[in-house]
Design a protein around this ligand. Sequence first.
Ligand code: ZN
Length: 241
Amino acid sequence: MTPSLLQHRALVLFSGGQDSTTCLAWALSRYQTVETLGFDYGQRHAIELAMRPQLLEKIRAFSPEWDARLGQDHVLDLSLISQLSHTAMTQNIAIEMLENGLPNTFVPGRNLMFMMVAATLAYRRDISVLVGGMCETDFSGYPDCRDDSMKALQVALNLGMATRLNIETPLMWLDKADTWQLAEKLGGSPLVELIRTDTHTCYLGERGQMHLWGHGCGICPACELRARGYQAYQQKALTNS
Ligand code: ZN
């Protein structure tokens, strides 16, 4: 915990997935007030959105401190995204690699738009820290998850809105196993268990079967990444015990 940061108000981009839930726990351990923001953009994995309210309630139950710090939840309609782009994230088409080396789950401008909308909301809510789960270490090659993209965006937003916003990306240099480890550090095995059973990552939005690493189709890139990460986390835990 960093006491000097506690006075700041933070807004977490909270989708209800593994990464953003870990980011929320990270923010709750640092900032005095933490609000959450989710987007409805016609994503195929809309089950994430459906899981958010109960996930937030369970996070509240973790400690009186987290309960007191967790503020308002916002859900905004960004259906504009599905009107603008034709991708496997919003359309019922097969997931594949494109000629430009990016998977067709990449929604151009999505994370940039998310941060811009978050910054606009933060302006109204007097919030100075935006927290996002973007990660450069273990990702699908999305250019808007890069540290440089987020740093450049922070500069652009602050210039364009005359603010002093900080964009925090606590997972930027962590791999998926490290992300599980961070959750354990923040909330012990109960938080790991909550993330394992209640968060949703699958691109296809399948809740389906409960695997060792959580619910999901088990074959899409997001499920594969989550499964590999959980396995690596467990192996590390075994090695260290
Ligand atoms: Zn899946």
